[in-house]
Design a protein around this ligand. Structure first.
Ligand SMILES: NC(=O)c1ccc[n+]([C@@H]2O[C@H](COP(=O)([O-])OP(=O)(O)OC[C@H]3O[C@@H](n4cnc5c(N)ncnc54)[C@H](OP(=O)(O)O)[C@@H]3O)[C@@H](O)[C@H]2O)c1
Length: 298
């Protein structure tokens, strides 16, 4: 299969390129070149906000599938740079969608649990009504809407709380802070599912390679590692795995005073994915242990 991956220099994109290029012809696309040597794949530098550039880049490759992971992902930054957020996550996604339409490619868009307001207090289903609290969530939802209104053959994959070897993430932040501080203050009133980009890349591979022909398989999927926790519990587990005896104090979201509001509860129900592919992702604690082992080894 010929697959184009946008956001290929980012945290998830890098793992997608690594995972998929073992068996498929992969072309990466990003606004900047990747910080690694791309194995068995090519790369194209392109700004997705430029419609002509995207159309040419995608149509030159003639992919069967486009995995669209490029985004402006700084959640607090999006509040300050609202225009950029909508330009990249909204218009940029529209441009990729139009290119998929022209080249007749199946599109797989990586979206977020932040499209929900977190008021449900039960696992979020694909059919639940989005109501984003932040500019980031609103701009990602705008991207979803372009896709569902312009294409028939698409996957919208909502995921959450990513950590992986090729980008800034919560695990790395906690490990760094643990070296510098005597006590950590971590939010304990937001609940979600930490997800390892390597596991997510594998699950996306299964979905798009085995379920690209049945029209009933297209649509929205929620995919995250199994289980859930608060950021406070996530931090405690990171420190436990590393054997650090640091004190962690739970604080409220209000105490942290971040520019963007985040959902208090955004655990995604993975039933549709499990029914389609046959297996859930492993528990987040197991994925975290493997991830920490990998960063220790490098
Ligand atoms: N991280 C999470 O916790 C999380 C949770 C749920 C969903 N997601 C979604 O998952 C996807 C991957 O997230 P990630 O954390 O791997 O993101 P990431 O590391 O920030 O990767 C995104 C990549 O897209 C690039 N990009 C930004 N603007 C672009 C443009 N105009 N044209 C082309 N490329 C552009 C970025 O470059 P720059 O670095 O130069 O901006 C970056 O290399 C995103 O769609 C995100 O919304 C992430």
């Amino acid at each position: 299969m010929r697959i184009l991956i946008t956001g290929a220099s980012g945290m998830l994109g890098t793992d997608l390129v690594e995972t998929l290029s073992k068996e498929h012809e992969v072309v990466g696309l990003d606004i900047k070149t990747p910080p690694f040597t791309v194995h068995r794949s090519q790369f194209t530098v392109c700004d997705i906000t430029n419609e002509k550039e995207v159309m040419k880049a995608v149509c030159d490759v003639k992919p069967e599938v486009v995995i669209h992971a490029a985004a402006y992902t700084d959640v607090d930054g999006c509040e300050k740079n609202e225009d950029l957020a909508y330009r990249v996550n909204g218009t940029g996604t529209r441009n990729v969608t139009l290119a998929c339409q022209k080249c007749k490619a199946v599109m797989a868009y990586i979206s977020t649990d932040f499209v929900f307001d977190g008021e449900k207090k039960e696992l979020y289903l694909e059919s639940d009504k989005p109501n984003p609290l932040s500019i980031y969530g609103k701009s990602k939802l705008e991207g979803e809407r372009y896709i569902s209104s312009l294409l028939d053959k698409y996957f919208i994959i909502r995921t959450s709380w990513l950590f992986g070897r090729h980008g800034r993430n919560f695990v790395n932040t906690i490990l760094k802070l643990a070296q510098e501080k005597k006590e950590l203050r971590i939010v304990n009133d937001q609940i979600g599912s930490p997800t390892y980009t390597k596991d997510l890349a594998q699950s996306i591979k299964k979905l798009i390679t085995d379920h690209c022909s049945q029209s009933t398989d297209f649509g929205i999927y929620h995919i995250s590692n199994s289980g859930s926790c608060s950021w406070y519990e996530f931090a405690q587990e990171i420190l436990r795995v590393k054997g650090y005896g640091l004190r962690v104090k739970g604080i409220s979201s209000e105490e942290l005073e971040r520019p963007a509001r985040r959902p208090k509860f955004s655990v995604l129900d993975n039933s549709r994915y499990i029914k389609t592919v046959g297996k859930p992702l492993r528990p987040w604690q197991k994925a975290l242990k493997e991830y920490i082992g990998k960063i220790e080894a490098t």
